[in-house]
Write a protein that binds this ligand. Structure first.
Ligand SMILES: C[S@@+](CC[C@H](N)C(=O)[O-])C[C@H]1O[C@@H](n2cnc3c(N)ncnc32)[C@H](O)[C@@H]1O
Length: 273
């Protein structure tokens, strides 16, 4: 039976880039994330991922950062089984399936209404225990979240599309809503923003990128007085690099000793509040 998906705006359609990245990683001999659901969806809708021209290095980087965000969410929920988990700008990602939150936790995926509708078409119900159809820059949606429980908040591939003011207001609203928690997202240095606007794989997102880039992860501490950096995770230094194909592994090994060089690439920023 043919699947009819809601029409997506160019901003919403960026979800294909990350979904296809994870699907392509899954097809490698040594996948980093092994996201079978991403692969299944791409096959199910017969999405022409070739038009996105995703190099295998980008697919691996997309999968690698998703894995680090999964680990942060999973560790937090193991320590706080009654917590709330949020995936901001969730796209068609089935993070809840990968991390399997404890039954006492509540997991929320937030994205535009068309994307939440597409999730309902393409993903099993257990992938979206709670879907919130909203623009994350709209202050009202936060009221739908439970209060009085710790929260782990992740955003994978979202921050590039928000201005710094929008991101800091969003983070501030969430910190004010929850008593404590952690926030993690893939970071963009100024160079990474420049590269996203100029690299061939950035074509789909070139005009949509609004975040100016951040070279010092402590700059985000200015977004709210309770926000504190836990760790800047430079992915060149993470153990999964050993599984990368030889040339990519060598490039990462050469970059790893230099923080400023590593920051030009794949980074996950992890904060607590
Ligand atoms: C690059 S995709 C990443 C999707 C998903 N996190 C993943 O890793 O596959 C960016 C996502 O952010 C969503 N997004 C961008 N701006 C948003 C906003 N203001 N409110 C809600 N979602 C937004 C888009 O609809 C899209 O699904």
């Amino acid at each position: 039976m043919a699947i009819t998906l809601p029409a997506l705006t160019p901003l919403q359609a960026t979800l294909w880039l990350t979904l296809c990245g994870r699907a392509l990683d899954n097809r490698l001999p040594h996948p980093i994330l092994a996201d079978r659901m991403a692969d299944e969806i791409v096959r199910k809708v017969d999405y022409d991922y070739k038009k996105l021209r995703i190099p295998s290095s980008s697919a691996i980087y997309i999968a690698h950062r998703a894995k680090k965000l999964d680990e942060i969410a999973q560790r937090f929920l193991a320590r706080h089984p009654g917590a709330v988990g949020l995936d901001l700008g969730a796209g068609l990602d089935s993070r809840a399936l990968r991390i399997a939150p404890p039954p006492t936790a509540d997991w929320y995926d937030i994205d535009f209404p068309e994307v939440i509708a597409a999730r309902r078409e393409l993903l099993p119900d257990r992938a979206t225990p709670h879907g919130i159809a909203a623009d994350v820059t709209d202050p009202a949606w936060v009221d739908a979240l439970p209060t009085g429980r710790p929260a782990v908040i992740v955003a994978d591939g979202l921050i590039a599309f928000l201005s710094e003011v929008e991101m800091s207001s969003l983070v501030g609203r969430l910190i004010e809503h929850f008593p404590s928690g952690e926030i993690a997202f893939n970071g963009y240095s100024k160079f990474a923003v420049w590269a996203q606007k100029h690299a061939p794989v950035g074509e789909a997102v070139r005009k949509l990128t609004r975040f100016p880039g951040m070279d010092d992860p402590r700059d985000a501490e200015r977004w709210h007085p309770r926000l504190r950096l836990v760790k800047e995770i430079l992915l060149t230094r993470e153990p999964e690099v050993a599984e990368f194909p030889p040339v990519l592994r060598l490039m990462n090994r050469l970059s790893a000793p230099s923080a400023s060089w590593s920051r030009k690439g794949n980074v996950v920023l992890h904060y607590r509040f």
